[in-house]
Design a protein around this ligand. Structure first.
Ligand SMILES: *[C@@H]1O[C@H](CO)[C@@H](O)[C@H](O)[C@H]1NC(C)=O
Length: 325
């Protein structure tokens, strides 16, 4: 899964930082994160519950729900169901659920961008310049030597992080003044949601996966992004074999053994894919016990773990953690 790569790279970034005792707060926003939601969900063929929670609640809210008892998260879910049911007829339709998912996604992106924007632009100027941004995020690089800058961990170095951010900044900067407005900054931070950033997302994904730099993705590069054996001759789990088959059947459309640009595009940023609709259908499918293609409040609450649930295995512990603050 792309998220796997992302976690790996952030871990790499943090460990590089630790080694050079750079305060974690000075690290860039996640410069390597650009997983389209579509991508996260459908890779690995594994049902990813956390993904469903984030689509339904938004990532921030999903985290808050993780800390609640089952009773409290059910109660709040009931309140949300009433809100989703726009015409108050007691049924949640596909359209209503789709609207809700779009709303939570917009809200999340808006809050996320707001946080980072305030950090880089406390006076709330109209724009932020590249130089200001670079100094805050990558300023520590000014005192490093060439070797430190180019030292790679999992194929990522400070230099490559900076280069990626620089390129992304330039693409987001529609009026070419090298400064970003808040709207342009949104495209910079969340390129996967912006049509004008599609080619860049495609490029970044290819760069990440294409380890031998031949411009196309082999089945092993494709698998290597989501799975690495912990031992040399470990047998591949079932889901990896299923992914290999999916590569051949659904991704490598011309059957030449590689994903080339068109095929990568069709996979990562397909023109016809509506993430909110697909997620809404999936949630209805999971909870629609009487198969009438809409949901009652009881159907949602009966399947509350599909919608909100909790990742915490020990509520007592989660609550205790919460009480510290
Ligand atoms: C905002 O504008 C002021 C006045 O032009 C300037 O001094 C300041 O550096 C700017 N802040 C940022 C983050 O660019």
């Amino acid at each position: 899964m792309r998220i796997g790569l992302f976690v790996l790279l952030v871990a790499a970034a943090i460990s590089i930082a630790a080694a050079s005792s750079i305060p974690a707060g000075e690290l860039p926003h996640d410069p390597l994160e650009h997983d389209s939601l579509h991508h996260k969900h459908f890779d690995g063929d594994q049902h990813n519950q956390q993904y469903d929670h984030e689509a339904f609640l938004g990532a921030d809210e999903a985290k808050k729900f993780d800390e609640l008892t089952p009773e409290e998260s059910k109660r709040r879910l009931g309140v949300i169901v009433d809100r989703i049911d726009e015409d108050k007829d007691g049924f949640i339709t596909l359209a209503e659920l789709k609207n809700w998912i779009k709303f939570t996604q917009r809200r999340y992106i808006d809050e996320d961008v707001g946080r980072v924007w305030r950090k880089h632009n406390p006076e709330n100027n109209e724009t932020v310049s590249w130089e200001t941004y670079r100094k805050t995020v990558y300023g520590f690089m000014d005192v490093l030597d060439k070797e430190e800058l180019e030292q790679e961990e999992n194929g990522v170095s400070y230099k490559s992080m900076l280069a990626r951010d620089r390129r992304r900044w330039a693409v987001a900067d529609l009026d070419l003044d090298d400064e970003l407005t808040r709207e342009e900054f949104t495209a910079f931070l969340h390129p996967e949601e912006h049509p004008s950033m599609r080619d860049l997302v495609l490029q970044e994904t290819t760069d990440d996966l294409d380890k031998d730099k031949d411009g196309k993705i082999s089945v092993d590069e494709y698998i290597g992004d989501m799975y690495r054996p912990s031992e040399a001759n470990e047998e591949e789990p079932e889901w990896v074999l299923a992914e290999r088959e999916a590569f051949t059947k659904h991704r490598d459309l011309d059957g030449d053994g590689y994903l080339t640009e068109t095929e990568i595009r069709q996979w990562i940023v397909p023109n016809d894919f509506d993430h909110a609709e697909s997620e809404a259908k999936h949630l209805i499918f999971e909870a629609d016990v009487d198969h009438d293609e809409q949901l009652t409040k009881d159907e949602v609450l009966d399947k509350y773990d599909v919608f909100v649930g909790s990742q915490a295995t020990d509520f007592g512990e989660a609550l205790a953690r919460h009480d510290e603050f």
